[in-house]
Design a protein around this ligand. Structure first.
Ligand SMILES: Nc1nc2c(ncn2[C@@H]2O[C@H](COP(=O)(O)OP(=O)(O)OP(=O)(O)O)[C@@H](O)[C@H]2O)c(=O)[nH]1
Length: 522
């Protein structure tokens, strides 16, 4: 049995790599997802800002356009009221030249006006602002004329644009009914506002390529629209998004994002009803155009974020790769260190043990003897030594051969090892067929007991030794115990035990003797 082994130093366990790389991956994924989430959220907020801003601008434009339409019609309405007053009171009717001049001057000073007209009850042209009246001209067929002929009210009528019979341009007819004192129909006064006037104003607004502005009657007929197309004039848009919204809300103004029936473009609409006339103005911006700038900047930001994520992933994956590599190297190093430590331990063991018996060798015994002797001096504790020698071993070798001799020594060593019972005890091969047992903290009586036990154990093995008078293998043992003092040396202990052995041999072998003749025991 080998001497006590020094326990191999336990290396601290390495952190589990899988959990570290897993954490790193989760962290990387979280960082990337957070970047995407922040980017997504800021893009979404920016998009909402763009839409809100566009909505605000359509509300403001609708307000300005409604004011403009209201003011334009108000102006000509005031003129019409004056004309009605003058005609019905016959103030100027009796002076046609003066009335003509008045109408001409009024039109020339009002850029929005195309002309002013007074028609009789049969539709004939009575007075107008034109330089010359076309012969046999009659407007009884016009819608506004029919309206006033059949409607007894003094309200202003704003009609669907018509192409002027005098100038050929598109005009919005604004008219009032003329009555005789008895309330019967006497004709119509008409002011025509150039469609061009509205068109020019509407074109001054920045509403993009696919934005739209339109003025419509409250029963859903186009008056003027940007972009201007002649075929749109009078078209029915009562089923369009604006009138649908108006019908739903019933409010004088409203906004919503809807798709147009005409061109299927999705737009941000705001409509506003004119307070004093049966008209509705609406302005709309194409959602696509509103979001175009946002889309460009969102794409740029997204591209930047994606580049950042790719870079992060690249660096992260490399970092995780290095973690794995570092862990692999650490494990290799640990394995190599453990193997080296095991080799060292077994080398140390080999250096300390006897090759034949496996007991501690002489060198190790000497080291331990030195150390225990010093400890006993320090602690003033007893230290005992047993030296055992196989009896007639030369004869054994001669009789049974060296191989059997070696086997005999191994069997004796096993018995000697049984004497090593406490942690501090050490059994060693002293040399040749001699063995020792060092017993720290043991007095002479204890050591005698241990020696006797070992001797008896060897005798009990009853290994045949034909050349011995005992016929079996036996050992003699010398024992000495003392409390070592300063100035004494370990060799005194060995010499004393050796003297005990000498005495045991001298007294006939197969016995245990203490160093002092008076203390020996058989
Ligand atoms: N087989 C074998 N023999 C050994 C070994 N070491 C020493 N010997 C032999 O042990 C014998 C010791 O003989 P001696 O010192 O004369 O003593 P002895 O014959 O035992 O006689 P006493 O000690 O007086 O009883 C020698 O013949 C050595 O060669 C070993 O490792 N193996």
């Amino acid at each position: 049995m080998p001497p006590r082994r020094l326990p191999a130093r336990e290396a601290p366990p390495l952190p589990r790599l899988r959990s570290v790389t897993g954490l790193a991956m989760v962290f990387l994924a979280l960082v990337c997802l957070s970047l995407l989430a922040v980017q997504g959220w800021s893009s979404y907020s920016a998009r909402q800002n763009y839409l809100d801003e566009a909505n605000r601008s359509t509300v403001n434009m609708a307000r300005a356009l409604a004011d403009h339409a209201e003011a334009s019609i108000n102006l000509v309405d005031t003129m019409l009221l004056g004309m009605v007053e003058r005609v019905q009171n016959h103030a100027l009717v009796n002076d046609p030249q003066r009335l003509h001049t008045l109408l001409m001057n009024t039109v020339s000073r009002t850029p929005s006006l195309q002309g002013l007209f007074i028609y009789g009850a049969d539709g004939r042209w009575l007075f107008n602002s034109l330089p010359a009246t076309p012969p046999h001209a009659n407007n009884a067929d016009r819608a506004y004329f029919e309206y006033h002929r059949t409607h007894v009210d003094n309200k202003t009528h704003v009609g669907i644009p018509v192409r002027s019979r005098s100038s050929g341009v598109w005009v919005v007819p604004v008219s009032r009914r003329l009555e005789l004192p008895d309330g019967s129909f006497a004709g119509v006064v008409l002011a025509t506002i150039k469609v061009e006037y509205f068109k020019t104003y509407y074109e001054s607004f920045a509403i993009g390529e696919r934005g739209t502005i339109f003025l419509a009657s409250d029963n859903g007929r186009f008056l003027v629209r940007r972009p201007f197309k002649e075929q749109d004039i009078g078209a029915d848009l009562s089923r369009g998004p604006v009138f649908r919204l108006w019908r739903e809300t019933g409010a004088p103004t409203g906004s919503a994002t809807m798709r147009a029936n005409i061109d299927q473009v999705e737009r941000l609409y705001t409509y506003r009803r004119l307070p004093n006339y049966p008209l509705v103005i609406a302005v709309a911006l194409a959602k696509d155009e509103v979001l175009a700038r946002w889309r460009t900047s969102a794409m740029a930001a997204l591209a930047g974020t994606l580049c950042l994520i790719v870079l992060l992933l690249f660096l992260g994956v490399r970092m995780i790769g290095q973690l794995i590599e570092r862990d692999r190297l650490q494990r290799q190093l640990r394995a190599a260190t453990t193997a080296l430590e095991a080799t060292n331990a077994s080398l140390q063991l080999l250096a300390m043990s006897d090759g034949l018996t496996g007991l501690a060798n002489r060198r190790h015994f000497d080291d331990r003897l030195q150390a225990e002797f010093k400890r006993a001096v320090r602690d003033q504790s007893p230290l005992a030594l047993v030296i055992l020698d196989v009896d007639y071993f030369k004869r054994y070798n001669d009789r049974h051969g060296h191989v059997a001799g070696d086997a005999c020594l191994r069997a004796v060593a096993a018995a000697v090892l049984s004497g090593q019972q406490r942690p501090g005890d050490i059994a060693a091969r002293f040399g040749g067929e001699e063995f020792t047992i060092l017993l720290p903290g043991t007095d002479l009586a204890g050591a005698m007991l241990v020696a006797e036990k070992v001797r008896a154990a060897i005798a009990a093995q009853a290994m045949a030794h034909d050349a011995s008078p005992f016929r079996v293998v036996s050992v003699s043992a010398g024992v000495h115990a003392c409390i070592p003092q300063r100035g004494e040396y370990p060799r005194t202990l060995v010499e004393a035990a050796d003297r005990g052995l000498y005495q045991a041999k001298a007294e006939g072998r197969n016995r245990v003797c203490a160093a002092e003749p008076s203390q020996h025991a058989a």
